[in-house]
Design a protein around this ligand. Structure first.
Ligand SMILES: [Ca+2]
Ligand SMILES: [Ca+2]
Length: 350
């Protein structure tokens, strides 16, 4: 029983020590450390050169208000001392993240340090990437650094003191601030005609609320640009063509797409129109307002564009109003129990 109790106590102590080694990451910003407690239990201090000279928290007033990190460097050997922040869980929904700190050194001494960031374990020094280095002297300075690239990550920030045979430096008022702009989602729509003629300039316009760049994908067109909200496209062959635009800013993106029917100009089309079946005639053709389909039997009549979209339906025994169709070339499909016949229909409004 006594041995069992010992195991339980040992397990409790071990689990408590694990908890003590891995405190919860900081999630509330701005997060600021002024060291005024006179200690920094959430920070990790590593004397990587092993000379027993390392960062401490001391009352040397670098900012005139009290305690700071104090990094001695007056011994001959080069220091390699790390002061490592607690884990910071940086938010994702902010426009920028800024690290701020204050430093101090004495006149006639040159102190060298680096700022490093790691998303690994706090004491895994090889996992740190250096973001900033400087050698400075004589006075108090405020510094800041954009660390927005780390948004959404949990990181440790390290101050690595690397001076040799100088005096000391202090670090105080370490702050991480986030700029919490609410980013509305982007929307985008395209203004474009549904049809155009071969060789004609077609204006495609992306309309977006807060995008700042645009990337178009346009099937088979000759274009002036693909990276502008407004592009001019031209197609050299009749057909149905698709296009889409991606609208984006630093945080969001949206996509819109559309299609356009490209036809030959009516005057050109008339010359090339061939009847597919002599059983069926369309009168008039070209037409502006109404057509009559003459055929020897009842059929369902559909007017279809190059994209395969049915624009009008009617019956072979009655007049069809086509005045609402843009000028261009269409297919007229007559479907009956005798089969399907397709003919070309030219709509003109001249
Ligand atoms: Ca302070
Ligand atoms: Ca040292």
């Amino acid at each position: 029983m006594k041995r069992l109790s010992s195991f339980i106590i040992l397990g409790f102590v071990l689990s408590m020590s694990c908890l003590a080694q891995q405190p919860e990451p900081i999630t509330v910003f701005p997060w600021c450390e002024d060291f005024e407690l006179g200690e920094a239990p959430e920070w990790t201090f590593i004397d990587n050169d092993g000379d027993n000279m390392n960062w401490i928290v001391a009352d040397y007033n670098p900012d005139g208000t009290g305690y700071s990190l104090f990094g001695p460097s007056y011994l001959q050997g080069r220091q390699d001392n790390w002061a490592i922040s607690p884990a910071l869980s940086l938010p994702n929904d902010c426009s920028s993240i800024r690290l701020e700190w204050r430093i101090r050194s004495l006149a006639n001494y040159n102190e060298t340090y680096d700022i490093l960031v790691s998303s690994g374990q706090s004491n895994d020094l090889v996992s740190y990437d250096s973001l900033f280095s400087e050698t400075f002297s004589d006075g108090y300075y405020s510094r800041h650094l954009d660390i927005s690239n780390f948004r959404g990550m949990t990181v440790h920030i390290a101050f690595r003191h690397r001076s040799q045979f100088q005096n000391y430096m202090c670090v105080d008022n370490v702050c991480v601030r986030t700029d919490n702009i609410v980013h509305d989602s982007i929307s985008v729509a395209i203004n474009a005609p549904s049809s155009a003629f071969v060789g004609e300039d077609v204006f495609l316009e992306a309309v977006s609320n807060n995008a700042d760049s645009f990337f178009w994908t346009i099937d088979s067109a000759i274009v002036n640009t693909l990276e502008s909200p407004r592009v001019v496209a031209r197609w050299e062959k009749p057909g149905c063509y698709h296009f889409s635009v991606r609208a984006l800013n630093e945080w969001n993106e949206a996509i819109a797409s559309g299609e356009i029917t490209i036809t030959k100009k009516p005057s050109e089309s008339i010359l090339t129109t061939e009847d597919i079946s002599h059983d069926v005639t369309i009168y008039p053709n070209p037409a502006a307002n109404n057509i009559v389909v003459n055929m020897p039997y009842e059929a369902l009549i559909e007017i279809i564009d190059f994209c395969g979209k049915t624009l009008k339906t009617g019956n072979s025994s009655s007049k069809m109003d086509i005045s609402g169709l843009p000028a261009g070339v269409y297919f007229l499909r007559a479907s009956s129990s005798n089969g399907v016949i397709v003919k070309k229909l030219v709509v003109t409004h001249n």
